[in-house]
Write a protein that binds this ligand. Structure first.
Ligand code: PAF
Length: 299
């Protein structure tokens, strides 16, 4: 059965269908489900890179049918310039998704997603607050609202998200639990460039000099995480990282924080039983970079 499915997927490579309406998507998904296929969705805003493709590969390994959504979601941007300059590369995205063996590209228009009169917002309190939620008013309401719609539109059994956006994954998990959405959320590891910079669609907006500075973000975070594991005072280690980032040229540094991986509560120490994650966000010019990494707990 598995071999048949694998051959089936290979044969479908290059025959990706692009759908832009909920009715069209539902009809296709209904067919798949009648055939007993499990459906995976990879929600994206396009400008695809290897990080997104790793989510597609994870989806292909888990599900029989894979949908990738490309939708630059206006209601999660708190800044008009960020929305306007967000990279849009649909033609290149289509080629990458076809080669990756995606079955359906779902690319709705803004007016399909948010028809006139649309007013509903989903607020996931607690995990949405602070970190990126503190710096970007309404951002996670916009994310939760569109992800909920995408999950209901695709009726996916599995949805795949990158751990780079660690707070986003927690917001989506909480929403799925609270609203009893019948989908399993799968978080996949952050993909990095050879020099350690986390892959992000925003990286392509960095000027060459900014790209050189950007690598300081994971380097300083790794050093900070290692110091905390070695027993450094947590507030002092976080303050050190903020200063190092500012010295490297990040301006401003939005935050460097140590949080519980379970519920994102701030941690002042690390301890057995509470997996800890270092999270940071900082600006280079008008590009906001974020990163996160697990902080190993000493044996
Ligand atoms: O991570 C993203 O690209 C977006 O926040 C998402 C999950 C596709 C919702 O618009």
């Amino acid at each position: 059965m598995l071999a048949w499915r694998q051959i089936g997927k290979r044969e479908r490579a290059g025959t990706m269908e692009t759908i832009s309406t909920v009715a069209g998507l539902r009809a296709r998904v209904r067919q798949w489900k009648q055939a007993g296929d499990r459906v995976g969705v990879v929600p994206t805003m396009g400008a695809l890179h290897e990080g997104h493709l790793s989510l597609v590969h994870a989806a292909r390994a888990r599900a029989d049918r894979v949908i990738t959504t490309v939708f630059v979601n206006p209601i999660q941007f708190d800044n008009a310039n960020d929305l306007e300059t967000y990279p849009r590369t649909l033609e290149a995205d289509v080629r990458l998704l076809e080669d990756a063996g995606v079955d359906v590209l779902y690319a709705p228009t803004v007016s399909q997603m948010y028809p006139p009169g649309f007013v509903t917002r989903i607020t996931v309190s607690g995990v949405s607050e602070g970190l990126c939620g503190g710096a970007r008013a309404g951002h996670f309401d916009g994310v939760a609202t569109v992800v909920c719609k995408l999950l209901m539109q695709t009726l996916a059994d599995y949805a795949f998200f990158g751990e780079k956006d660690f707070q986003q994954v927690q917001v989506v998990r909480r929403m799925v639990t609270d609203l009893d959405l019948p989908v399993e959320i799968v978080a996949c590891p952050t993909q990095r460039e050879a020099d350690g910079l986390a892959l992000s669609s925003r990286n392509r907006r960095l000027a060459p000099r900014q790209r050189q500075i950007a690598v300081a973000l994971p380097r300083i975070m790794r050093a900070c995480a290692a110091d905390i594991t070695a027993g450094a005072d947590v507030p002092a280690a976080l303050a050190w990282a903020v200063c190092q980032l500012a010295d490297a040229g990040f301006d401003p540094v939005d935050y460097v924080e140590l949080r519980s991986e379970l519920d994102l509560r701030p941690l002042a120490t690390i301890s057995e039983g509470t997996p800890a994650r270092l999270l940071a966000a900082a600006w280079l010019g008008d590009v906001r970079l974020i990163d996160g990494m697990a902080v190993p707990i000493p044996e």
